[in-house]
Design a protein around this ligand. Structure first.
Ligand SMILES: Cc1cc2nc3c(=O)[nH]c(=O)nc-3n(C[C@H](O)[C@H](O)[C@H](O)COP(=O)(O)OP(=O)(O)OC[C@H]3O[C@@H](n4cnc5c(N)ncnc54)[C@H](O)[C@@H]3O)c2cc1C
Length: 389
């Protein structure tokens, strides 16, 4: 079976790896010509995503590229500790959450996919896909065309293939929040802990990295999406410092900033009802931008579930149905959690104080019970010397 993957982000690269494992011939087309490098800021992988990487054989490389973060400490706006729990895993799970630059994760997965025999073509922007009798034909802005038995749409939250698969699918809408992230120097922060402050204007995270760096990210609630073009780093930094001026620890971290990443606007999307049409199938953010620290992990889970369905089902059609049926309920639950998290981060002063009291009581008793289902997921992918259909 020949498979074209559109998009060389986390979903695309992980799909290529998983599909090579089941013996498919894979070509990945990525719109941007440059290597992933330092595009984007930090992403975190939870135990469920890391188990997927273990299965795909690239866990050590990803751990090497990032920071292992065993603990999560949650703080109130006033600096009171609300909870101290295992980060992105159950407490007994030895797989520690990893935080890394999105670019490093993408580079590592792409390198593994190429080493596994996938073709990677950079600088090829897909412009359309047309069903054919036994597959699909894809066109690119360069004038190139290519055909395959299956097209995997891993083209992210702004997916253009989503509309081809589900004409009723909505468009992503600004969520009323944007994130600025950066790297600070010259301050002490305890290593191994992801600190999350539920501040007045949004959530702020910071963690100690290597070489004296502190990585941080600040969400800012802003009903209208800010203009990003032509705004200089110093102006973004002033906005963040102003938004967090009443929170002591975030202010200390922001004041030590040495460099900034480009701000990211947060978007939400109505759940996509149909994930496949003919021989085109959606994965990762193209199907479900989940956010909530699970975007990359869910993309990895998708990749493995799709490959396993193709390996075991009698026909590609049956495989795509199995894939969607398996993934849908889990994604729906993650989306619900993401919505709750956004509400918690946007809460007004009274609701925020009430929530802080609740959290202090709830976290020691219930946190693991409430979040464990997310991390318990065990992806499966049988080794295959058999050809997929
Ligand atoms: C530039 C960028 C920065 C990001 N920064 C962060 C961040 O700082 N923190 C965070 O948590 N998450 C970030 N994300 C999102 C995060 O990577 C995803 O939520 C998650 O990893 C799921 O990945 P995905 O592969 O489904 O989508 P994405 O990571 O969005 O990857 C989609 C890929 O498809 C490519 N593509 C899109 N359209 C086409 C086309 N027509 N033809 C060919 N290729 C196409 C894109 O260039 C991109 O490489 C970022 C995403 C991007 C694209």
């Amino acid at each position: 079976m020949r498979i074209i993957v559109i998009g060389g982000g986390v979903a695309g690269a992980a799909s290529a790896l998983a599909l090579r494992r089941i013996g498919a011939e894979v070509a990945v087309y990525e719109a941007y010509p440059d290597p992933a490098g330092d595009v984007g800021s930090f992403v975190s992988l939870a135990a469920n995503g890391l188990r997927g990487l273990e299965l795909l054989g690239c866990l050590p490389a990803v751990q090497e590229a990032g920071l292992r973060v065993p603990r999560l400490r949650m703080w109130s706006a006033g600096g009171h500790l609300l909870g101290d729990v295992a980060r992105g895993r159950r407490s007994e799970d030895p797989l520690h959450s990893v935080t890394l630059l999105r670019g490093s994760l993408v580079e590592t997965l792409r390198a593994a996919a190429v080493a596994a025999g996938a073709e990677l073509r950079l600088g090829e922007r897909m412009t359309g896909a047309t069903p054919t009798e036994r597959g699909a034909r894809v066109e690119f802005a360069s004038g190139r065309t290519d055909s395959a038995d299956l097209v995997v749409a891993a083209d992210g939250i702004w997916s253009s293939l989503r509309g081809a698969v589900d004409p009723a699918a909505g468009r992503p809408e600004y969520a009323g929040l944007y994130t600025v992230s950066g790297v600070s120097h010259g301050i002490e922060v305890e290593p191994g802990t992801f600190n999350l402050t539920f501040a007045r204007r949004g959530a702020f995270f910071h963690l100690a990295a290597e070489n004296g760096e502190v990585w941080w990210g600040a969400q800012i609630d802003e009903p209208v999406a800010p203009e990003r073009d032509g705004v200089e780093d110093a102006a973004w930094l002033r906005r963040v410092a102003e938004a967090y001026r009443r929170e002591a620890e975030p202010s200390r971290v922001i004041a030590a900033t040495a460099r900034l990443h480009h701000p990211v606007l947060m978007h939400v999307l109505e759940p996509v009802r149909t994930w496949h049409r003919g021989r085109i199938v959606l994965t990762g953010d193209a199907a479900h931008p989940v956010g909530a620290g699970q975007g990359a992990s869910m993309a990895i889970e998708d990749a493995i579930a799709l490959a396993e369905a193709l390996r075991t089902a009698a026909t590609p059609k049956a495989a795509l149905e199995t894939y969607a049926a398996q993934r849908n309920p889990r994604i729906a639950k993650v989306l619900e959690t993401a919505e709750d998290n956004r509400d918690a981060k946007r809460a007004g002063p009274v609701a925020r104080r009430a929530k802080a009291v609740m959290m202090r009581l709830f976290i020691p008793l219930m946190y693991e019970k409430a979040s464990g289902w997310l991390y318990d997921y065990r992806p499966e992918l049988g080794a295959s010397d058999a050809q997929v259909h």
